[in-house]
Design a protein around this ligand. Structure first.
Ligand code: MG
Length: 366
């Protein structure tokens, strides 16, 4: 199979409210929607870096350049007959994983169309609905944070809440949240903002019965994470640390964490995400699917992956309206009673056009 046409659309949609974590703040959601077409079928994917290097050095502009100059020429010159073959070809391209994800997940979507299957069936999922958890960013004051949690918890009936923390906004915040919301399943995500000198913060947080400490130290600090894990009873969940199966294996060997947050964007697509999921299962490490968050195309893919059997914690995928003033899929993602019903979400091309700020098309001459 050869690809006949590939399209890129850079879209930008305002957030409902600014999203702040320990490394910065965003007010608009940028994404590059990749369309691939071959033999009567279209497929769509989303490269979803945050503007201005939020979690990583990846930016929308960098991904656009990677797609246009490196990924599209290589993939349009190739002839492949399976997702595995397309991935072998993609492995030879030097480009960011976010950019690769946009392209790779579009191929899965096209394959699902061709086979007449839902994406969650194609990836081997075992559930028709998946549990969604609320994630709440940083606010100026504890009161503002608690009000945000309260507002959003009620909206979707979420049964789990994850709170972002940073040095100076941690122990007192969780103490107040426990007081306000009782024994609700709760955990913290530090996005790597601490180091071993802060071990006392985690000893104190250890007393609140949290489900996990997500990424207390920066991604590469696997030895230090292992040292922390040896001193606290709360399981450490690795997020930024896990960009490959090799990183997961090293982390498990060192004892750096007991739970894996898999992000499709970070690992380079659904094929790699499934490899990570399977490797984690083999080593007894339960997973869940994280988000950037992505717009509807990427969120629907993460929700589909969350139906795999070793995804034992709720996904971070939330309702479209939780983060964005609008979305580019039909129907929008919804959470009811804390659950997302998996369905065949379709790209809404009118919405993509409405929020487009740049377009590019590559086609073979007929
Ligand atoms: Mg995280």
């Amino acid at each position: 199979m050869r690809l006949e046409t590939v399209t890129l659309t850079h879209v930008r949609i305002p957030l409902v409210e600014p999203f702040r974590i320990s490394s910065g703040e965003v007010r608009e959601k940028d994404a590059i929607i990749v369309g691939v077409y071959s033999g009567r079928y279209w497929g769509f994917g989303e490269a979803s870096p945050m503007a201005g290097s939020f979690y990583s050095s990846d930016t929308p502009e960098g991904c656009w350049e990677d797609l246009k100059a490196r990924i599209i020429p290589a993939m349009m010159a190739a002839e492949c007959d399976s997702i595995a073959e397309w991935n072998e070809r993609m492995d030879q391209v030097v480009a960011s994983n976010f950019a690769k994800t946009g392209f790779e997940t579009a191929l899965w979507d096209m394959e699902a169309m061709r086979q007449g299957k839902s994406l969650h069936e194609l990836v081997g999922g075992e559930r028709e609905r998946v549990e969604s958890g609320l994630a709440v960013g940083l606010y100026e004051t504890i009161d503002e944070t608690l009000r945000a949690v309260e507002r959003h918890l009620g909206g979707g009936g979420y049964k789990r809440v994850k709170l972002k923390i940073e040095p100076g906004r941690d122990v007192e915040l969780i103490r107040a949240a426990r007081k306000a919301f009782g024994a609700i399943p709760m955990f913290v995500d530090a996005n790597g903002a601490y180091s071993l000198k802060d071990i006392d913060v985690f000893r104190q947080l250890d007393e609140f019965g949290l489900m996990m400490f997500e990424q207390p130290f920066p991604g590469p600090m696997l030895e230090e994470l292992a040292e922390l894990q040896a001193q606290v009873k709360t399981p450490i969940c690795l997020d930024e640390s896990l960009d490959s199966v090799e990183a997961l294996e090293r982390a498990v060997t060192l004892g750096s964490g007991r739970i894996a947050n898999i992000k499709i964007q970070r690992v380079g697509g659904l094929y790699q995400a499934r490899r990570l999921h399977d490797a984690a299962r083999e080593r007894g490490i339960p997973c869940w699917m994280g988000t950037m968050p992505e717009l509807g195309v990427g969120s629907a893919q993460a929700a589909a992956m969350a139906s795999l059997d070793n995804c034992l914690f709720p996904t971070d995928v939330e309702a479209s309206s939780r983060w964005f003033v609008d979305d580019i899929v039909m129907p929008p993602l919804e959470v009811s009673d804390g659950m997302i019903e998996l369905c065949n979400w379709k790209v809404d091309s009118a919405k993509v056009a409405q929020y487009a700020i740049a377009l590019y098309t590559a086609a073979h001459r007929v």
